[in-house]
Ligand binder design. Structure first.
Ligand code: ZN
Length: 151
């Protein structure tokens, strides 16, 4: 399935080879954790959902509102993000500079969450932290109170 998707999108065959973003399986068990800013229901694995809710509650107690921007993404959803940009006339090489190819986003695991706070700058980069790759997104500080940082 991934191979066909990559072929369709024109993703170079060497993508994901040595030094590239690792491949992730799609999560098998997901629970809904709430709507994102554009009203799309977001899902995480049950364990990640528990930690997310705990983090939201702890932040709220400190007077900070956390909002989910993006949680789980299927391979097909990641492909759709890229397809939309291709249809808008962007080159695949430019797209891959900011979006990971289907199969290589940590969001497939259901353990990654993109977070915003009210009034924060809209997220324009959707590529996530991956070992060996640059990260346009803010990084966490590693293992924190709520488990391993995978955002
Ligand atoms: Zn992300």
């Amino acid at each position: 399935m991934l191979r066909e998707l990559h072929e369709e999108l024109g993703i170079p065959t060497e993508y994901g080879e040595a030094g590239g973003p690792p491949q992730y399986e799609e999560a098998l068990e997901l629970v809904e954790v709430g709507l994102n800013l554009v009203g799309r229901m977001q899902r995480l694995t049950p364990e990640a959902a528990d930690r997310w809710h705990a983090m939201v509650a702890a932040a709220e107690a400190d007077g900070v509102t956390l909002m989910i921007v993006s949680g789980y993404r299927s391979y097909e959803y990641q492909a759709a993000l890229i397809r939309k940009k291709i249809n808008a006339g962007q080159a695949i090489t430019d797209i891959l500079a900011v979006n990971t190819a289907p199969g290589h986003s940590e969001h497939h695991t259901g353990l990654a969450v993109d977070i915003a706070t009210p009034g924060s700058r809209p997220l324009t980069e959707v590529r996530c932290r991956t070992p060996g790759g640059p990260s346009p997104e803010p990084r966490g500080t590693g293992r924190g109170r709520f488990g391993r940082d995978r955002a």
